[in-house]
Structure formats: C-alpha cells, structure tokens
Design a protein around this ligand. Structure first.
Ligand code: ATP
Ligand code: NAG
Ligand code: NAG
Ligand code: NAG
Ligand code: NAG
Length: 493
C-alpha cells in the first residue's frame, strides 16, 4: 500500500506540474487581450547561487527566507486542533499562543506529506490522476483556482499556488529562490486546509481533500474544493431582492458561526466579495488565508478603536486586557459596508422595508451584536416565507380574476418587467395568488398570470405575468388567472 501510494502521488504531482503549465499558458493568452502583453521575465535559475562576492549575500537571503518559512509553519501549527487521542473531534477550546506538544501532528504530517484519508472520506492525490483542466475559475495575489474534471466524472475546484501572482513575484524578486518561495506561498494553502477542516459550516466552502508533495516538492500543494461560482457583485445588483437578501442572510449566518467557532472569535481581515463564491445560490467563504482568531490586547479603552475609512468605533478594554468583541464587530461593520449597503435596501418588499432599514442602521452603527443581527434577519425571513408581511393587501384583489386550475397557457403575448427571473417575459416570485393579483393590477400591460409549480429558495412561487395568450393547455402543476374586468384582448377564454 505505501508503495502504490507513492507512485500515485508521483503521478498526481506530475499531473499538476503539467496543469500549472497549461494554466499559465491559458492565463498568458488571456492577458494578451489586455493592455499589457505578458512578458516572461525568466527568473534566476533555481540552483544559481549568484557569482563572486554575492555568496555572503546569498547566504543571508537564504537564512532570511528560511526564517520566514519557519514563521509561516508555526502559524499553521497553532491552528491545529489539540490532540484528542484520535477521536477525530477537536476539543473546542480556543488555542493560545505557544507550541503545544499536544497538537494533532498527524494532521500536520498528512498535510505536509500527502493526503489525509483517515478521519473523513476525503480525496487525495490518487483522485487527481487523469484529471482534466477545464477552465480557470479565478486567481488572486496568492492562489490560482482551476476547474478540473476528475477521472470519476466529478468536477471540482483545485486551488494551487499562483505562479504568476504577486506573492510569488515579490518573494522571487526578494530572495531569488523560486522553489523555497513556492514553499513559502504554499503555507497559505496549508493554512487554508487546516482552517477549512476546523471551520466547517454550510457557508464555508467544502474541503473535498488535498494533495501535497514532500521534500523538494514541498511547494506543490493542491487543495480540492467543491466547485462554486465567483460572486459577481454587478450581476447580483441586477437580481431580485430575494436573491440579494439570501446572500446577506448567509453572510450573517456565517459571521454568527465565526464569532463562536472552534478557534474562538474569528475575524475576516480581507473582507471582499471576491473572497466568496456561490454554490447553488448559497454564499460560501472560499478564501480563508486572511482569517484570524487573534485577540487584540489592550491596557485601556483608548487602545480599542476600530478604524474604517469613514467611521471609527470605540470599544471597551476588558478586565483581562482584550478588546471586547473586536473581531465580531469588525466583521459586522465590513458586512454592512461591503454587502448590506449595496444589496439589502434596494427594492425591499414594502412590508419589510422598515425592518431592513432597522438592520441597516443597527449594523452601520454597530448597535447590535451578531446574535441580535441574526435574529433580525431570521425574523425577516420568517415574515417573507409566511407572507405575513402582505397582511395589508386586500384579499379582494383576487376577485378580479377568473381562475383555471390544472392549466397553463400557450401562445403567450409577453411583456418584460424588472427584475424578472426570465429574460423573455415577466417572471416574479410571489407568496400566492393575492400578491400576484396585486402585482398584475399594478402593471398596465398585465391581463393574466400563471402560478407555476416552481419555487424559489425561500419557498415562494414563480408567477409569470403576460398581456395575453392564445389558448390553454392542461398542466397539473399550474393555475391560470385571467382578469375579468377588462375583456382580455388576445385571451381566448
Ligand atoms: N471553490 C471555488 N469555486 C469557484 N471559484 C473559486 C473557488 N475558490 C476560489 N475561487 C475563485 O478564485 C479566486 C481566487 O481564490 P482566492 O481568493 O482563494 O485566492 P487569493 O490569491 O487568496 O485571492 P486574493 O488576492 O483575493 O486574496 C476567488 O476570488 C474566486 O473568485
Ligand atoms: C525583467 O525584470 C527586470 C528586473 O525585475 C526589469 O528591470 C526588466 O525590465 C524586465 N524585463 C522585461 C522584458 O520586462
Ligand atoms: C478616525 O481616527 C483617526 C485616528 O484617530 C483620525 O485621523 C480620523 O480622522 C478618524 N476618522 C473619522 C471618520 O472619524
Ligand atoms: C442611524 O439612525 C440615526 C438616527 O436616525 C442617524 O442619525 C444615523 O445616520 C443612522 N446611521 C446609519 C448608518 O444609517
Ligand atoms: C449568542 O448566541 C449563542 C448561541 O447561539 C450563545 O451561546 C451566546 O451566549 C450568545 N451571545 C450573546 C452575547 O448573547
């Protein structure tokens, strides 16, 4: 078994060397469309020690780099769960500084030397043999993310060191040692592996496994993740309020979890939409290398100021010398400034607008903690799902319509509305016939609507609104409503 494990790992490593080359070709061809042509400024040869009097300088550079490698390694080791006699469940107590001999070094060894299969049913190097790179999903300062199809037919996202990223570039420029630099940068991937294992939550991307090289291949690490879709803020701004609310709600659920995580209260230091993806509409955090569970120490309240570009907040210094709730508050305000201000107020349902305004104010002023914020969001979700926010709509509006159950329409005369779930016509989510009738009455072109059997994530019904149609067709799952008052033009009822 160990023998076959080694050859599998070798095959997988070879596969992702090939993959890296493919991907760098892909990227450079993409860059050529941009203003700047990608230039391949060959870095110093890996083994090159420089010439003449540079030996001393090279030695001091090397020791500086090795020092940094050790620092990064220790940073990751601090995040390992306390050893728990192999039960596989972390103890739940936040770790404090200092190298704990009780750390779960099995986990560490498996991360640094290959793949971990013991505790969970995770993928390892062998899953990557014969994989095929499909497209680049994204890249950043540190990492490159590629969609790959595995031999078994699944597609996953693979995170690798971004050879052309700023992190690698800076390191190679400073130290002229691509191999050790790759190893240095790969600690960010290793940190992410540990954090993904310890911070499992529906709104954190799922770790499917990993594959790592050892020895001189120590810099070759691939993190295998469930595949998502990068969060497109522009696209989200144009989508229905329901979908934008979902992103904000998911974010709050995530922050609630992070405030009392197995690592303590975790702050996301780099809080940007590009750190998130969506998987079937659910928001998931994917970039964890900037997560920190560190507390900010203080001697007085004055040491606990939370600074943002347009706003400062003063926090209290606790008796044991830590800024109270700093990580949680930092997350809430960042959620407010990067997400809520853009996604939440715009086109909120009238019956919920006052509750949305209240959330905007309490998060923008840091007046509520994450528990209260989550409660406020879940309350809105409850009202929205149950239709209680529509209580002031007159029940009589549906009397203006004749209903035909078990029917759908064909030969539709469509019109467009915004923000519609369909490009061609006007498709909106409703709680039921009453809300749909109210909407139809407010659209001058609307003469009939159909309630379909399709539901949104919040359980609301998709309704299509139209000017007319040519005939009815049987459809057990839907209902057609036709306006009575106006003789509906094209409608052949
Ligand atoms: N599982 C995934 N599915 C789809 N796309 C992903 C996935 N994970 C990451 N991405 C995309 O890849 C990009 C880069 O990943 P990541 O943010 O981890 O790299 P990074 O180098 O740390 O980036 P940054 O410079 O923003 O910190 C992300 O912005 C995201 O769009
Ligand atoms: C290559 O890099 C060096 C130093 O980093 C720079 O001075 C030079 O202009 C680069 N060459 C090209 C072709 O960009
Ligand atoms: C926040 O505090 C800093 C430093 O004390 C100060 O320079 C800045 O003007 C303050 N910003 C705001 C918006 O109050
Ligand atoms: C919150 O409400 C108060 C009082 O109406 C107002 O002065 C303040 O600007 C609001 N803050 C935010 C962030 O909306
Ligand atoms: C927040 O909720 C959690 C349970 O979800 C609870 O353990 C914790 O004490 C609450 N915190 C505050 C400040 O109320």
């Amino acid at each position: 078994m160990p023998g076959s494990g080694h050859s599998l790992r070798a095959a997988a490593l070879l596969a992702f060397v090939v993959l890296s080359i493919l991907v760098s070709l892909l990227i450079s061809s993409v860059q050529q469309f941009g203003a700047r042509l990608a230039h391949f400024n060959d870095t110093t040869p890996a083994g090159g020690g420089g010439g003449g009097g540079g030996d001393e300088e090279a030695a001091s550079l090397r020791s500086a780099l090795i020092y940094q490698l050790n620092e990064r390694r220790n940073e990751v080791i601090l995040l390992l769960p306390a050893d728990d006699d192999g039960t596989g469940q972390p103890g739940g107590t936040p770790r404090s500084a200092g190298l704990d001999p009780g750390s779960d070094f099995n986990l560490w060894n498996e991360i640094t030397e290959g793949s971990r299969r013991s505790h969970m049913d995770e993928m390892g190097c062998d899953s990557l043999v014969d994989m095929r790179a499909v497209e680049v999903l994204g890249s950043g300062y540190t990492k490159l993310v590629v969609k790959v199809n595995l031999a078994q037919g699944q597609s996953v996202a693979l995170k690798l060191v971004n050879e052309q990223g700023i992190d690698m570039g800076k390191c190679v420029e400073d130290f002229k040692d691509p191999q050790r630099c790759r190893e240095l940068v790969s600690y960010k991937l290793k940190k992410e592996i540990v954090l993904l294992q310890r911070l499992q939550h529906p709104n954190v991307i799922k770790l499917r496994g990993h594959c790592a090289g050892s020895g001189t291949e120590g810099g070759r690490v691939a993190v295998i993740l469930e595949q998502g879709t990068p969060l497109q803020m522009i696209q989200l701004l144009q989508s229905p309020w329901e979908d934008r609310f979902r992103v904000c709600l998911d974010l709050v659920r995530l922050l609630h979890f992070l405030s009392r995580s197995p690592l303590g209260s975790v702050a996301l230091l780099d809080f940007q939409p590009r750190q998130f993806v969506t998987v079937s509409g659910a928001l998931k955090l994917t970039d964890l290398d900037d997560a920190s569970a560190a507390e900010t120490g203080c001697a007085a309240d004055a040491d606990c100021t939370l600074r943002f570009p347009h706003r400062n907040f003063s926090l209290a210094c606790s008796a044991r010398g830590a800024c109270t709730g700093l990580n949680e508050k930092m997350n809430i305000y960042n959620a407010y400034r990067y997400f809520f201000t853009y996604l939440l107020p715009h086109q909120a349902p009238p019956g919920l607008a006052h509750l949305v305004d209240r959330i905007m104010n309490s998060t923008g002023e840091l007046k509520t903690d994450i528990n209260q914020t989550l409660e406020a969001f879940e309350h809105i979700l409850h009202l929205y799902k149950s239709g209680l926010h529509l209580d002031n709509l007159p029940p009589s509006v549906t009397r203006d319509y004749a209903v035909m159950r078990g029917m759908a329409t064909s030969g539709d005369v469509e019109y467009r509305c915004w923000p519609s779930y369909s490009q061609q016509g006007c498709v909106l989510s409703v709680h039921g016939a009453r809300e749909a009738a109210f909407i139809c009455n407010s659209h001058s072109q609307c003469n009939s609507f159909t309630l379909s059997g399709h539901k949104t994530w919040a359980g609301r019904v998709l309704a299509s609104f139209r000017s007319g149609f040519s005939h009815l067709v049987p459809d057990g799952k839907s209902e057609v409503y036709v306006k009575r008052a106006k003789a509906g033009g094209a409608s052949a009822v």
